[in-house]
Design a protein around this ligand. Structure first.
Ligand code: ADP
Ligand code: MG
Ligand code: ZN
Length: 257
């Protein structure tokens, strides 16, 4: 049936948001040590990273310097003035009810990373922005019966969120980009790149597009913590969306775990 659209008529469209934990000695807004420490919960905390009323955050100079360093490495525009904002949401691992992040003026914008695509050769992946924010705490579901524990050692870890334009066209390209960025942040010495410990975490935004049509509706897959999982999750999501569309359905914008 020549009227029916064929499978290969659709192009995958992928944009990545990668969270990089900066390896500074102290947290982003207080003097607490910034070390991965899952063994003794809530020992690396203070009124600032616990978000007590009246606590005053003080910017970690190194976190800004390292963000600028990455911006210079990737050809980004460095903002002479950046602004932090409170992003209000409630989640158990964020008991203070807001995350300090950047919205209107991030430290760096633009820039790009060249990668080699197995199908398209050398391509340039454009970066939208990289903004600084604080990491949240962690929920512990296994240690307590019928209850969830909260460990706030991670709260206030400096996080750099690096966002790409939707320039990637396959899971292979997404992985190639993530590996390139992973190499760069370790090379310039701002992140240890330990994906198992969560130092480098990827969210993938995935959609499919028919030729000549505008971008399709995307789904976001959160917290991919290995390159293999990233590849498999994107492949799975592309197959799911293509099957849905071939069945006459519509992709609904959502976050998928
Ligand atoms: P939000 O603020 O909801 O996270 P953004 O506009 O910041 O939305 O986009 C987040 C990510 O989604 C970016 O990496 C962007 O490239 C990607 N993206 C946007 N639209 C699409 C789309 N139609 N398909 C795939 N990825 C997309
Ligand atoms: Mg986003
Ligand atoms: Zn603290």
């Amino acid at each position: 049936d020549s009227a029916a659209p064929e499978r290969h008529d659709v192009t995958p469209v992928i944009g990545l948001e990668i969270h990089v934990q900066l390896l500074t000695e102290t947290k982003i807004f207080c003097g607490c040590p910034n070390r991965f420490n899952p063994d003794e919960p809530n020992t690396q905390t203070c009124p600032v990273c616990l978000g007590f009323p009246g606590a005053l955050p003080v910017m970690n100079r190194t976190a800004i310097e390292w963000t600028v360093k990455l911006g210079l490495a990737l050809g980004c525009e460095i903002a002479p003035r950046a602004v932090f904002a409170r992003k209000n949401y409630f989640y158990p691992d964020l008991p203070k009810g807001y995350q300090i992040s950047q919205f209107e003026i991030p430290v760096v914008q633009g820039g790009s990373i060249p990668i080699v695509s197995p199908t398209r050769g050398e391509i340039v992946v454009r970066l939208t922005r990289a903004h600084l924010e604080e990491d949240a705490g962690k929920s512990l579901h296994e240690d307590f019966h019928g209850m969830t524990g909260i460990d706030l050692n991670r709260a206030g870890t400096p996080l750099l969120e690096i966002v790409t334009e939707p320039d990637l066209r396959s899971s292979d390209e997404a992985v190639a980009y993530a590996k390139a960025l992973h190499g760069i942040v370790r090379w310039i010495g701002i992140c240890d790149g330990n994906m198992q410990e969560g130092s480098f975490r990827c969210d993938a935004n995935v959609s499919v597009r028919r030729p000549g049509e505008p971008l399709g509706t995307r789904c976001e897959i959160k917290n991919l913590n290995s390159f293999r999982f990233m590849q498999e999750a994107i492949e799975f999501e592309l197959r799911r969306q293509v099957a849905l569309i071939e069945d006459g359905g519509k992709v609904v914008q959502e976050t998928r775990l």
